[in-house]
Design a protein around this ligand. Sequence first.
Ligand code: ATP
Length: 301
Amino acid sequence: MTDPRTAEVDARAKINLFLRVLGRRDDGYHDVETLAVPISLADRVRVHAHSDPTQFRTLALELEVVGDPALTAGVPVDDTNLALRAAAALADRTRARGFAEITVEKRVPSAAGMGGGSADAAAVLRVLNELWGCHLSDAELRDVGADVGADVPALLDGGPVVARGRGEAVEPVDVAAFRWVVLPLGFTVATRDAYDWWDEEGVAGGRGADSVVAAAAVGDARALARLMSNDLEEPVIRHHPEIADARRRVLEAGALRAMVTGSGPTVVGLLDDGTSVDLPGASEVMSAGHSRSGRPGSPDR
Ligand code: ATP
C-alpha cells in the first residue's frame, strides 16, 4: 500500500529558448520576457510530510541534499536552500503545523542557468500543497513561488511557458518537443552577476517572443534555431570567454544552433531530427512539448 504522507517527484530543470531583458526596475530586479521549457534532466525530490494544526503546535522542516559531490558542492543545506524556503513560505501562507522531511537528489548542476534550485522549490510547493492538504490554487501557488525565486512560477506550471515581469506573469504556450544537447561547464555564474553585467552594457529592445513561439509551436527546428536568442549571453561570455569555445564545440558536434541558457554558463544545442552528437561531458535531453503530460501535481507515490 502507498503511504499517503510520502511522495516522490521529478523536479525538472528548464532551458530558455528566448530571453529578452527589458530593463532594470526600481526594486533592483529586471523585467524580462522569456520562453522557458522544462527538460528531461531533473532532480529527484522525496517528501515525507503531514500537517494537522489540531495535533501539532510547531512546524519542523528537515532537508537532506544527496548525489554526486560535484553536483551537491555549493548547494546550501540550511534555510537558504530554495526547497526549504519554498516549504517555509507555504507554511507561512497556510499556517501549516506538523512536519516535512525533504530529500533532494541533485542531478541538475546548480547556478548553471537551468533553474535547478527553482525546480526543487516548485516541486516542494506542489507536493506539500497536497501532503499538507493546503488546497492552494495554481495562481496562489505561483504567488507563493514568486517570492521564493524568479524561475519558480514558470517551473510550477510544468510545461512550456512565456514568463514576463520578473518571471511571475506566466503564460502557458503550446510548443513542440525538441531534442537538445546540454553541455554544463565546470563553473557557476550567479544570476545576479549576469544581470549586473547586462546593466553595464546591455541594450534593451529587440523583438518579442511571438515569432520564436510560433516556430516552436509548429516543431520547425531550423526556424527555431534562427530565432533563439538570449540577451544575457554576450554579457556573460564577455566575462567568461571560455563559454564561446564551448558554444563552438557544440556547433561543430552537429547542433543547428548553440546558445547559453538563462544566466549560464551551460550551453544548449538544438538537434535536428535524427542527429545525435558525441561530445564529452554533454548529454542529450528532450524539452517538454505540446501535451504537457509531465505537469507536476500528480506525484508518483
Ligand atoms: P537561473 O536559471 O535562474 O539562472 P540557476 O540554474 O543559475 O538559475 P539555481 O541552480 O536555481 O540557479 O541555483 C542558484 C543558487 O541557489 C546556487 O548558487 C545555490 O547556492 C543556491 N541554491 C539554493 N537552493 C538550491 C537547490 N535546492 N539546488 C541548487 N542550488 C540551490
